[in-house]
Design a protein around this ligand. Structure first.
Ligand code: AMP
Ligand code: MG
Length: 321
């Protein structure tokens, strides 16, 4: 018999419950994400959102997977990193479920979960990871001799790429999150120059945001041109630093994870870069790219021997796991 377990995601705008088995199969992955028409992510509203949707999302996940509490071996939850109020809301919810149903809690690192779900889905052995979400922009490799121990070899020096897109989206009045809307507008844009800043295997995005903001407010460049140029510049920067990281580490596989991985143009550029150096590019399907519960479930399965009820860890880095 396979073991069945659930994973609960609540680090940022998404509340999700995923159901998986020990074969690495996703039996259900239901989520509801906070969004807003004008503001960004208001932490207390996000926490309230999670509390309001939790029971409904759990019931839906159980229904899709065709399981009940008696089938669940343990509850994995995202302990961090993330927004304090959102994490605590999630922790209160899973603590209540665990005590009512008598289940073990396994707190996991949200970033590691993005990596491990991509790895199992693509059946990869030892890829170079590019993790690009709202807050995080990191190039990661697994330490050669210890599986599950990660090293960050390149990262943003200021804001995450997703945050840059969301902040610019807010300037344009696109609502939150803005990544997908920027991708649409970019299809009708042409190139204007924006600051291209890379240092070794790190990159910096705040200069792009500042410059784009100025060009937009002064009416010098259109929304479409700025969206296009912001994408081209930041994606090219990341393609450059990732290529350097792959050359340094000798990795032949690149795996893109995180919400920005939903961007078709970004995937295309990374695919071309990999093809040119005889490497292979992998991504995860849309429903596993952004935040969701299945990845938390799988990471919990992998770490169930070393982690348990660890409360919340808002600043938990990938390389501290
Ligand atoms: P995550 O935290 O992994 O769920 O990723 C969320 C981030 O992904 C947000 O910053 C979104 O704006 C961004 N995002 C979602 N879809 C796209 C897209 N099609 N293009 C670029 N960014 C996107
Ligand atoms: Mg994430």
């Amino acid at each position: 018999m396979h073991m069945i377990f659930i994973g609960v995601e609540s680090t940022a705008h998404t509340f999700g419950v995923g159901v998986m088995n020990s074969q690495g199969e996703v039996l259900a992955n239901v989520k509801d994400s906070y969004s807003s028409a004008d503001g960004g992510m208001i932490p207390d509203k996000v926490a309230k959102h999670h509390e309001e949707v939790a029971e409904r999302i759990l019931a839906e996940a159980f229904r899709v997977a065709g399981i009940a509490w008696k089938d669940v071996n343990f509850i994995a939850y995202s302990a961090g990193p993330g927004l304090d109020p959102a994490l605590w809301a999630g922790y209160r919810i899973v603590s209540a479920w665990a005590s009512t149903e008598g289940k073990k809690l396994v707190g996991v690192n949200h970033c590691c979960a993005h990596l491990s779900i991509g790895k199992v889905w693509n059946k990869l052995d030892d890829p170079c990871y590019l993790y690009v979400s709202g807050v995080n922009t990191q190039i990661i490799v697994e330490e050669r001799l210890s599986e599950g121990k990660y090293q960050i070899i390149g990262e943003t020096l200021d804001i995450g790429l997703g945050n840059m897109l969301d902040k610019f989206g807010r300037i344009l009045g696109l609502g939150f999150p803005a990544g997908a809307k920027i991708e649409e507008l970019a299809k009708r844009g042409k190139y204007v120059e924006l600051p291209y800043t890379v240092k070794g295997m790190d990159a910096s995005f705040s200069g792009i945001l500042t410059k784009a903001d100025q060009l937009f407010k002064r009416g010098i460049a259109s929304r479409e041109d700025l969206c296009f140029s912001m994408q081209e510049t930041s994606f090219a920067m990341l393609a450059e630093v990732v290529e350097r990281a792959m050359a340094h580490t000798g990795k032949k596989e690149l795996l893109l994870v995180g919400g920005v991985g939903a961007n078709t143009r970004f995937c295309e550029m990374l695919d071309i870069m990999c093809a040119q150096r005889g490497a292979r590019f992998f991504k995860v399907p849309m429903d596993l790219a952004g935040d969701q519960g299945a990845m938390i479930a799988w990471e919990g399965y992998l770490r169930r021997g070393s982690y348990g009820n660890i409360s919340v860890k808002p600043h938990w880095r990938t390389d501290e796991v």
